[in-house]
Design a protein. Structure first.
Length: 421
């Protein structure tokens, strides 16, 4: 095989088609996409409202280089993101190709924001150890995902990190730790605090206390630190709101979005920022030093705009909340029936399950058994230190109906039965 896939010694089945919440392999076997791929395909596959827009755009304009032309497609998408943004504050969007690139751009924008104001020494970032922000060296330096860091540890920046337990430690412990880290590092050296509103791959839908982000925002303001919200996984409807930070009524200075922006139909992500963040750059050098060849790709922007319009027009956030509540409640029932299930948490259609970490290999066995039974789920890590390979994310497309929801749950329970010791 010439195509490199993650496990070099594994023979992967080939997908040949996909429609709705199902993907089909070479033999025609259907797999219910219970994780939307990598928590990405919010509208499922081959959506009848999206495909015609992509085909139409192909006949109009496919690519322009961002330093030579703008496009109406990119402007319309940026305008739509502004309209959907928290408190309608993120007036500007910088388009890239992946969530990791969006985080890299957010870091660069934060650094440049301070440089343009004569504070180039503000070059460090604070993140939480239980976090995952991307696989490039810069984004991985922000992440505490041990399994993904370990091979590159010597090449990563040593940014300060927060270790308090989001789920079990009191808010006072979090705020004291944050202030202690700021004062030890020196606020004059810190550009931004970076956090996933709900921790995905590194926390199995781990969710903070209700007052957490308000308190962290106030500390950022008090010490002159930007707040970057990594909404690559949580943003644009996945949690039942357009942005997960809406649950905490908190505004970030910079927000990254990705997965549900292109929804699997196009490679696209965005770094969104407030007028306050862009102003010193615009009035200073007049150039954001970031970007990629395919940034602002017209075909991707057209597809993403239609994705957002469909979510809005079809009132899919309502379905996300309804089906999410149903799935979560049923999983809680299963937890009471199956001792190997230890934790169920999450919001909307971003639901995390942690299985018994003492049963080594249980996570892999359960994911493999789900696959054999025609159900796709997504691996994550859990435990108090984010090192236990025992997490699973259940995040089906926003369009999943009740019959498909029942099928998902039945296949998951069947798989639980088959792997229980």
């Amino acid at each position: 095989m010439h195509n490199i896939q993650p496990l070099l010694n594994k023979t992967y089945l080939k997908a040949t088609s996909a429609r709705g919440v199902y993907i089909y392999d070479e033999s025609g076997k259907p797999y219910l996409d219970g994780s939307s791929g990598a928590v990405t395909c919010s509208l499922g596959h081959s959506h009848p409202k999206v495909l015609p827009v992509i085909k139409q755009q192909l006949d109009k304009l496919q690519f322009v280089y961002r330093s030579q032309f703008g496009s109406e497609e990119a402007e319309q998408l940026a305008t739509k993101l502004f309209a959907l943004s928290v408190q309608k504050k993120h007036a500007h969007a910088f388009f890239v190709n992946s969530g990791t690139e969006a985080i890299e751009t957010a870091m660069k924008v934060a650094l440049q924001y301070w440089q343009e104001q004569g504070q180039a020494e503000k070059k460090h970032f604070i993140s939480r150890w239980k976090s995952y922000h991307g696989i490039t060296v810069g984004a991985l330096s922000l992440s505490g995902h041990s399994l993904r860091r370990q091979r590159f540890e010597n090449s990563l920046e040593k940014y300060p990190a927060l270790h308090a337990d989001l789920e079990n430690d009191a808010l006072e412990i979090h705020t004291k730790e944050f202030i202690k880290v700021i004062e030890k590092t020196g606020a004059k050296h810190i550009a931004a605090f970076v956090a996933e509103p709900i921790v995905g791959a590194a926390g199995t839908a781990l969710t903070p206390h209700q007052d957490y982000y308000k308190a962290m925002r106030e500390i950022c303001d008090a010490y002159g630190i930007l707040f970057i919200a990594d909404e690559v996984m949580t943003g644009l409807g996945r949690t039942g709101k357009w942005f997960a930070l809406e649950y905490w009524n908190t505004l970030a200075d910079i927000v990254t979005v990705g997965k549900s922006l292109g929804a699997g139909y196009a490679s696209i992500a965005a770094t969104m920022m407030t007028e306050r963040v862009l102003a010193p750059i615009k009035n200073g050098s007049g150039l954001i030093m970031s970007g990629h060849t395919y940034s602002g790709h017209p075909l991707s922007c057209a597809a993403a705009l239609k994705v957002l319009q469909v979510v809005e027009e079809d009132n899919l956030l309502s379905n996300v909340n309804d089906k999410g509540t149903f799935i979560k409640n049923r999983l809680i029932d299963l937890k009471n029936e199956y001792p190997l299930m230890h934790v169920v948490r999450g919001k909307g259609l971003m639901i995390g399950v942690e299985v018994d970490p003492s049963k080594k290999g249980l996570q892999a066995k359960l994911i493999d058994q789900c696959f054999k039974n025609g159900l796709l789920v997504y691996p994550s890590v859990g435990g108090p230190y984010g090192k236990d390979e025992n997490g699973i994310l259940i995040s089906p497309p926003f369009v999943i109906n009740q019959q498909e929801t029942d099928e998902l749950l039945n296949k998951f329970e069947q798989s639980l039965k088959e792997v229980q010791p």
